[in-house]
Design a protein around this ligand. Sequence first.
Ligand code: IPE
Ligand code: IPE
Ligand code: MG
Length: 242
Amino acid sequence: MLKKLQHVAVIMDGNGRWAQLRGKPRTYGHVKGARIAKKIITHAADLKLKNLTLYAFSSENWFRPEGEVSFLMLLLGRYLKKESQNLHKKNIRFDVIGEVNKLPDNIQKAIHQTRELTKNNTGLHLAFAISYGSRQEIVLAAQALAEKVKNGELKVDQITEKSISDNLMTAGTPDPDLIIRTSGESRLSNFLMWQASYSELYFSPVLWPDYSVKDFNEAIQYYLGRERRFGKVFQKNEESFV
Ligand code: IPE
Ligand code: IPE
Ligand code: MG
């Protein structure tokens, strides 16, 4: 069933509002949100989905109040420590996209260890987007390509869609087929903008801490019912189209 769905990416949004609606601090929503992420990861692995990318912390989220940022880092560290063996047991390959070098040392180390532990796993490829911004990613790719041109390793006309894709942090992962955003916002907020060129976008009103496996399945059903044209004219029985 998931043959034509190789990659789902999720903008997990609404933690703060969920907590505030309950008269609690925003951090309370992040704790619940982390639990939901765990549930969705397990479900995606059970579905035999190949790639799942979760937007956990954007480049712009660094500009939130210091207390919230350090709480999120704490939560992330705790998650990695607790979950690394579980991910491994589930045959999940853990990955991170984003400017990892901006993260606290202990988080960088935990990311490295979990990546190493799970690198040969053949099940779900799980990528967390942490300290990730699409514009920053494109800037870094442009700099890497410019450096190669300067060194004579690359000619200007060898800068192609493929070479740009190959220099993004998502290199080697197919573009997302489906991008889900929760909490009723309908924007990308600097997430996978190059890769989202032909993604189906699905906006759910549900706040992330309330998000369920049922909601995730509904998004997949929505996707499976879509007709992707990639700028062409759709012909029902055309092999390349299914
Ligand atoms: C998403 O929830 C989690 C992160 C961005 C870290 P928010 O914290 O953005 O929650 P809202 O959107 O303010 O409700
Ligand atoms: C996007 O959500 C980032 C994550 C979900 C991690 P934000 O809450 O930061 O985005 P804006 O500010 O509403 O655009
Ligand atoms: Mg938000």
